[in-house]
Design a protein around this ligand. Structure first.
Ligand code: GAL
Length: 419
């Protein structure tokens, strides 16, 4: 298979080179399929490739253009995508988070075609969770096809380091700080963070908010039911401030996968990251319960902070038929069972083959069934892109300034703009 990474074009677009794209869609070749995502790191890129292989078996002769833009959580990719959509140059299909990002940022301005017809043709309503379909539906129409379900609130740890220091998986925030203290005293970096992109700070923060507010209180932040000057918000920021005492000194220079790599190779002991970290560890040849362990982020047991990657059909997709065939792969059992075991996500389809998933992913499937589900903001479910971007800015500023009161004020102001 030939896939071309057109990162260079994407970067040029970010720098403002609209002429490159003017009318680009109209000149498209018939036998292509351009798929836009931000999956370039270990695990996520492998999962995407596995879905491409399923597509190629079904659609021989179609060349897949892999238009991935690196950056994690889509913060850089979304800027490139916005430029393309504004310039009338959509890809054939793009990765988009279920929830407010899809509905508010893309569906509301009329950028997407409904794909309800695929659910009718393939009976997908019977094999995908209703709650998830609700997150991608408006006015009776469904607007994308979920490829996988991730959990944001996971703490990962290096098993050998934990064994060596007699530690077990922390359950509460107190447990986590006790473990961090033991490790710091032994000269081990307790917590890995890689916040060269702005979202990983928000990523940690949302897990802390979930711990201090509980799933209902946390969810209420995004609907107006929980005020942003709630004690739980102060507490989460105070905990985060304390946590930053234990992170690697080069955190501002690292990406999420480089920080996760610190846990993989023993440079640091723990990290809070979504379960695409499991995909990263798998790509590194590591095994759950042998090389690494996990637990819900401290204080969040019983809650599942949901992230779902979906693909949609942009209006004006240059190769619409090929895109529809892609969405059929994304929604198929075969496609999901090829993708998710490598990606570190669980399949949205309830009829997936459980035997293909490792012990971590099977535990995530069980938790998804039984836990309270709350929407991630760092990964598009709780708020639209503009609000999530603003929270990212506040949290990045917080990591450098460590001013709890200022962060609460900024979060309150930001919420007032978006609610
Ligand atoms: C998330 C996305 C995951 C993973 C992660 C890091 O937003 O949902 O699939 O790709 O970013 O890139």
């Amino acid at each position: 298979m030939r896939t071309r990474i057109i990162v260079l074009l994407a970067v040029l677009a970010l720098l403002g080179a609209p002429m490159l794209f003017a009318g680009g869609g109209a000149e498209a070749e018939e036998d292509e399929l351009e798929i836009f995502s931000w999956w370039t790191a270990g695990g996520e890129a492998d999962g995407l490739e596995a879905m491409f292989e399923v597509y190629e078996e079904r659609m021989p002769g179609i060349e897949i253009i892999n238009a991935a833009v690196a950056g994690g959580a889509g913060t850089d990719a979304q800027a490139v995508l916005a430029t393309r959509l504004q310039g009338g140059d959509p890809p054939d299909s793009f990765q988009v988070h279920a929830g407010q990002t899809l509905l508010d940022t893309y569906v509301a301005p009329g950028l997407m075609e409904p794909v309800t017809f695929l659910y009718d043709e393939h009976g997908w309503r019977e094999v995908m969770p209703e709650g998830l379909i609700d997150l991608i539906s408006v006015d009776g129409e469904i607007y994308s096809v979920p490829a996988g379900i991730h959990r944001s609130n996971v703490l990962w740890y290096n098993q050998a380091i934990f064994d060596e220091h007699g530690l077990s998986a922390p359950v509460t925030l107190e447990d986590a700080f006790e473990a961090a203290e033991v490790l710091a005293n032994a000269g081990v970096t307790p917590i890995a963070l890689g916040d060269t992109n702005t979202w990983p700070a928000t990523h940690v923060f949302e897990s802390l908010l979930l711990a201090t507010l509980g799933p209902d209180g946390y969810s209420g932040l995004w609907t107006g039911a929980t005020p942003w000057n709630h004690d739980g918000v102060y507490e989460a920021l105070t905990v985060m401030d304390e946590m930053l005492e234990y992170v690697n000194s080069d955190h501002a220079a690292l990406t999420w996968d480089e920080a996760t790599g610190y846990v993989a190779d023993g440079t640091a002991a723990m990290t809070i990251m979504g379960d695409w970290a499991q995909g990263f560890f798998t790509a590194e040849g590591l095994e759950p319960e042998v090389d690494y362990g996990w637990a819900p982020s401290p204080g969040t047991e019983g809650s599942f902070l949901l992230v779902s990657d979906t693909f949609g059909l942009p209006r004006g997709a240059p190769h619409r038929d090929n895109a529809v065939a892609w969405l059929e792969v994304v929604g198929s059992r075969e496609g999901q069972d090829a993708f998710n075991p490598l990606k570190g996500s669980i399949p949205p389809r309830t009829d997936a083959d459980r035997s293909l998933y490792d012990s971590y992913l099977r535990s995530a499937m069980d938790d998804f069934e039984t836990n309270a589900i709350a929407p991630s903001v760092a990964h598009g479910a709780a708020a639209n892109e503009a609000w999530a971007d603003d929270v990212n800015s506040v949290m990045s500023f917080f990591v450098s300034e460590r001013d709890v009161d200022a962060a609460v004020r900024n979060l309150v102001n930001t919420a007032a703009e978006h609610l």
